[in-house]
Design a protein around this ligand. Sequence first.
Ligand code: MEV
Length: 423
Amino acid sequence: MEKSSRIPGLHKMTIEERIEAVKAFADLSSDEAALLGRCSVLDLNTADRMIENVIGTFEIPLGVVPNMVVNSREVLVPLAVEESSVIAALANAAKMVRSGGGFFTSSSAPIMIAQIQTVDIADPFAAKVKILERREEIILKANEQDPILVKLGGGCRDIEVRVVDTVKGPMVITHILVDTRDAMGANAVNTMAEALAPSIEEWTGGKVFLRILSNLADRRIARARCLVKKDAISPGPEVIDGIINAWAFADADPYRAATNNKGIMNGISSLVLATGNDYRAIEAGAHAYAARTGKYRALAQWEKDSDGNLVGSLELPLAMGLVGGATAIHPMAKLIVKVLGVKTATELAEITAAVGLGQNLSALRALSSEGIQKGHMTLHAKNIAVMVGAEGDEIELVAKKLAEEGKVRVDRAEEILKQLRNP
Ligand code: MEV
């Protein structure tokens, strides 16, 4: 009989019972099932309080990036990432950026937007004005939902109302703009939006459906800029024009922009993940922001100053928090925040923007000079060596030979390992 993925009461089972259920479903051996229960820093009970139906934790490598200077402060940046070269690339870029004094960052206030969707309104433009007339009342009611946030200096600051044309007719979309301080703020703004819905229905005679934050957090912007002295760039100043050309290509062509921005997110998402923040929210916000002009473009900009030095800048929404989410629960995230030495969510977002800019620099520099495969392949070769069974010193020896030959392939790795073991 075919197995069923319907496992009644899965959510009520103990973690051990869930592991047993998965073991039976997937025909796991006892050794395999034991991997599920094995944890390192994040213990199963904490994990069980974070999400539903926990059966284990998932580890990815955590590396540390040296050389970063942000606003004249030396910073060590831990990144959680499965891809080789990300850490090395950023370390390399950060070293070059030191020639110009490091990264300089700034940010907007931490304002999140929540949207309230109202439909079935015959006179949407009048409804818009009716809602705007109640600005003070709305702000007051929103803030009643979160007195603690207000006490901490945050809270609802303003409202905006838009009439959006859709295939289902015009909709009146109310935005509440909320300063969420050191929280990412999803829960705070969603609660406020839900509380306001009945009043908006009453004032407009319409029907409210969605009440949810927008991940296009374009009022919560982090910025970073850097300068690389023309004699500090490798292999030489001639690569500067290549970098600017690479940026122009990305800015003009969405096919290239997607890859360019993926490179920026290599660093950003890895830091967002390492600090227990919501990387899906950040990814969605970044890509929507890249497309805000109606065309998907490069997130960062590269140009030359009047002395011919390379200058880069990046602005993007970074809705990151320090309180109220996994950051405050996950022991490793807490430790990483300590290593970063940040005290506010804004500082964290600014370092994250610097990481994104540095990552873009290293990718564009490599792409417009030697290409990225050289660096990639050295690390990839080690993975291939491990994959074919190399152990201890063998890993380095097999990887070195693969990289030297420029043939980083499993079949060649097998041959090299065989020769090594039976010379
Ligand atoms: C690889 O993970 C990231 C790059 O493709 C980024 C880029 O092309 O700019 C190297």
